[in-house]
Design a protein around this ligand. Sequence first.
Ligand SMILES: Cc1cc2nc3c(=O)[nH]c(=O)nc-3n(C[C@H](O)[C@H](O)[C@H](O)COP(=O)(O)O)c2cc1C
Ligand code: SF4
Length: 598
Amino acid sequence: MTENNTISIEKIVKNFGNKRQRLMDIVREVQNLYGHISNESAHRIADALGIPFVEVIDMVSFYSFLTRTPRGSSVVRLSTCVVDKMHGMDKVAEAFEKEVGVPFGSTSSDGEITLEYTPCIGMCDQVPAILVNHRVMTNVTPADVPGIVKALRKGESLGTQDEDTTRPDAQIDMNLRNPGPVIFAPMDHGAALREALNMTPEEVIDTMTKSRLRGRGGAGFPTGMKWNFCRKAKGTDHYVICNADEGEPGTFKDRVILTETPDLVFEGMTIAGYALGAHEGLFYLRAEYQYLYSYLQQVLARRRHLGLLGRNIGGKEGFDFDIRIQLGAGAYICGEESSLIESLEGKRGAPRDRPPFPVTKGYMDQPSSVNNVETYCCAARILEKGADWFAKLGTKDSTGTKLFSVSGDCAKPGVYELEFGISISDLLRKVGAEDAQAVQVGGPSGNCIAPKDFGRRLCFEDLSTGGSVIVFGPQRDMLEVVREFTEFFIEESCGWCVPCRVGTTLLLKKLDKVLEGRGTKYELAELEDLGNTVKTTSRCGLGQTAANPILTTLKNFRHLYDAKIKDEDYIPIFRWDTALADGKAIAGREPVWEGEEL
Ligand SMILES: Cc1cc2nc3c(=O)[nH]c(=O)nc-3n(C[C@H](O)[C@H](O)[C@H](O)COP(=O)(O)O)c2cc1C
Ligand code: SF4
């Protein structure tokens, strides 16, 4: 590293105010400059921030978009979501490997191109999809691959969206199939905020409570209650946090909101700022959506110009509020709110113990309200149109509309804004998938529903979802899908607690035994037992739902498992050679049995 590089790193750290909590931005910028975070860079960053070197390495090694070793000038990340696989991802992978000349997980010998797999990138309605550095390409076919690789080698444009601010969606279809009255109705910028500023902060929160709005991130926590807890919590600052991590496979509705109506989200966050007495909003954007970053910055700049962000907003003396966008770096667990806060503080995204909850001790240990993108949109519309208007939509316990991102085996994949309470069969008719064999509601962590239950309704009282609805046609092997989902959780577990870290791997081993035709009823009972243990003893929502693919299919698709197992209760065979294989490989010798000479 040269003298200049050293100066650059220190300058980067200084540009972020020498603040420890900006480590994510610092590291991202250093990587942009040098391609990776070498030990030397990590030392420099640590010295400049006055923190231990291991804290930098700990953080860098956690995120898949950060790297300690050099990668190619172009990094091609192929989305491995189950929906990509259903639509030819494997063939695209083969084509890349042939064209680049190396397998996925490595870099071409000329150092130009790195091939990597990555979990769902939020483009399930137009798969297979890839990220080339931070640009998105969708509907990729094997025939496209030679042209892409050639262009990358020549350093030519791919003809995809620039990080051009005016058209972030140039090559990405919106597939907005059913715009509804809450999220996608035309917006009068500032109207909802004006309504809010005519009220006291307490009245704004009462309006949320009256609307019976529940969070759209999946768990459905009442927003009015969350804001009330947060407002009342004591702290030197309060924070409004928007969760735009959108990592659940099959979910892409926030992507469409952020492209079509980002002002509504920012307006909702500003209203929350007023209600909670906050001065700063933090918008956590997943790294996969980096192509939206400049566009969103431009929207924020426009709002500042219009006086909708900044000081004394709307002429309200003392109401100062602004929003900062924080880019993530590739980790599904960072969608969990306490991990997201850790990540915002520039740390690895490991979930926190709760209580205390973020509403009392969140970002920088201050009261913070974390809400989903769609929740903030609903909040703004409620202020504009009234709590009663909103509460008349949907069902008793699930008021309003919901965005469903529908993908898989259907004629019209895309985003549908529909009132809560719609049945699965009605939704399947709308999306052109009447022959579905199964519907995965809520992504891998949700529920796999069989046709006998297609009369069930999408709402918090029955089947809830953060947005993901994946349809599987009659041709799909559902147990293979279960396997994919279980692998996804193994990959994404943060590794902190044993039930999740070890339990998910054990689940996969047992599942494989069944899939290979070596299982009996005993293995099915064990799968259920172990699945419930992982569910009840894991530390956070990831582990608590990681067994759902197995548990819900054991319940709703039992016949598929029964067809795989042997008609015996238990096969009491223990294979020494298999059980000891790993140990022998590590020790590099054969086992010595009792009584044997060493
Ligand atoms: C593993 C995991 C991933 C999550 N991912 C997201 C996400 O991408 N977006 C989101 O809004 N909520 C996600 N959540 C839920 C959040 O923890 C949190 O409940 C939500 O952001 C609160 O917002 P809401 O009240 O508006 O629903 C996730 C939870 C878990 C356990
Ligand atoms: S449940 Fe999984 S993701 Fe959550 S803390 Fe434990 S290991 Fe980490």
